[in-house]
Design a protein around this ligand. Structure first.
Ligand code: TRP
Length: 455
């Protein structure tokens, strides 16, 4: 079958457009909701350091590899891997990595949407003045009353899936870039405002800085290292093909290395700002760093409830958070949609409805895991925790491992060098060394370590 025909694909309008949508994909709940709570659960400093190292030596090379492979293949991820493998005279079975990626995107979106739904619910609570003068206990109760109620969670999850699939159906290039150009800077401004508020807490701010940036390795566990690596993939949207599909729309003349570094930098900055906004509140209010997925929902309302104009700022903040989640969610489903459209010849609209419905249904597991099903445990985890663990800690790093092997060993150096268009021999060689040896070995060591094979 000829699967390489007529993909009337347009390309991003400029380098900026690509940076914007890829940053839009990267920056999301991962930075603002997930990073702070997993940093809290894993003891802070040492975990943050491992996470930063993973961004640098695994995340950046893998992201370059994904964009490079995507641009070289110019199709959905399945066809891209198949056609490149064929061209290089290798086994087209490499395309199965893309399948795992499509599945990971489905599963991640299923719980991502439930959390984004919670953020959406908070838009109304914030504008409605619910947080006015709220105490730490009060904030916890507000969050609990949302998650305890499966109907409410389900309703917001449904709203979020509908808005996500509506945009996905229109195609990612219509409008998304313009939106993100305004939203990202606005989000950074709001975070700076929150960090400014937190800085006023004086000693608690210092305590938070200490917590996040002074590594105490006695608090770091093997599981923590795996979580840090998994999160490096999650936050940069790597390991499942999202950035690969985006790369497939990237014009030829753009430096992949430069855009990658810019995206990774912006993404990391936003996560660290979120940490600096949240942990002073945790310490000032005697809360636990171990609050889990409710952390931002239980802390930020305290800040908004006590600052001048907090009702307005709080509302705006959660609106921006929803938008950030939205531009990420679209990228989670794009590999599936582009495959359905290009290989199954169905319209983007039908593809979006079908895929969206499946994801919505799967999302019920997460909805229930916070209430009626909170005691349904598998391997000691709730269903939400299990889906998150399976994707972020296993599927994404595994996908990343195979992408590095593909880019470093399956693609010829002539192809990768031509596609990356790096002029400096040194830079190209360094990248090649990273994807061939450093990243795959680092990922493998962390995996072996968790299984306990390294003693
Ligand atoms: N990176 C996003 C965040 O931090 C989530 C996300 C979007 C993602 N696309 C992805 C995670 C692809 C893994 C793979 O919120």
């Amino acid at each position: 079958m000829n699967t390489e025909k007529k993909s009337l694909r347009d390309v991003w309008s400029s380098r900026w457009a690509f940076i914007l949508v890829a940053t839009g994909s990267a920056v999301g709940l991962g930075n603002i909701w997930k990073f702070p709570y997993i940093a809290g659960e894993n003891g802070g400093g040492a975990f943050v350091l491992v996470y930063l190292l993973c961004i640098a030596i695994i995340g950046i090379p893998v992201m370059m590899a994904e964009i490079m492979v995507g641009r070289s293949g110019k199709q959905n991820t399945v066809n891209t891997l198949k056609s490149i493998a064929k061209k290089e005279g290798r086994d087209p079975a490499w395309r199965f990595i893309a399948w795992v990626g499509v599945a990971a995107g489905f599963i991640i979106l299923s719980y991502y949407s439930v959390i984004a739904g919670e953020a959406l619910a908070y838009v109304f609570r914030a504008f409605g003045g619910t947080f006015e003068g709220v105490t730490a206990d009060g904030a916890q109760n507000i969050y609990k009353s949302l998650t305890d109620d499966p109907e409410r969670l389900l309703a917001w999850h449904t709203v979020f899936m509908v808005i996500t699939m509506t945009v996905a159906a229109r195609g990612i290039k219509n409008g998304l870039e313009k939106l993100i150009k305004v939203l990202m800077p606005a989000l950074v401004v709001m975070l700076l405002l929150l960090v400014g508020f937190a800085a006023n807490t004086g000693e608690y701010f210092t305590q938070a800085v200490d917590f996040l940036f002074s590594p105490d390795f006695s608090k770091l566990t093997r599981a923590g290292v795996l979580t840090a690596m998994g999160h490096a993939f999650f936050t940069l949207s790597l390991g499942m093909g999202a950035i690969m599909v985006y790369g497939s729309y990237l014009p030829k003349d753009i430096s992949i290395a430069k855009v990658t570094v810019a995206i990774a930098f912006a993404d990391t900055l936003i996560a660290l700002l979120a940490g600096l906004a949240i942990f002073p509140l945790v310490f000032a209010n005697d809360l636990s760093t171990n609050a889990g997925p409710g952390l931002i929902f239980e802390t930020l309302p305290i800040a908004f409830g006590h600052m001048a104009g907090g009702q307005l700022f709080g509302g705006i903040f959660f609106v921006l958070l929803v938008f950030a989640a939205w531009s990420s969610a679209i990228s989670l489903i794009e590999p599936a949609i582009s495959w359905l459209v290009e290989n199954k010849q169905i319209s983007r609209r039908r593809a979006s409805v079908t895929a969206g419905f499946a994801v919505w249904l799967l999302g019920l597991l997460t909805v229930f895991s916070f209430n009626v099903g909170s005691h349904w445990l598998l391997f000691g985890m709730t269903l939400f925790e299990l889906l998150d663990y399976l994707t972020a800690n296993i599927m994404l790093p595994l996908g990343g491992l195979f992408v590095t092997l593909f880019a470093g060993w399956i693609m010829s150096q002539k192809s990768s060098r031509g596609e990356l268009a790096i002029k400096s021999d040194f830079v190209y060689r360094s990248w090649l060394f990273l994807v061939r040896y450093v990243s795959p070995v680092a990922i493998s060591i962390i995996f072996l370590n968790i299984i306990g094979l390294l003693g």
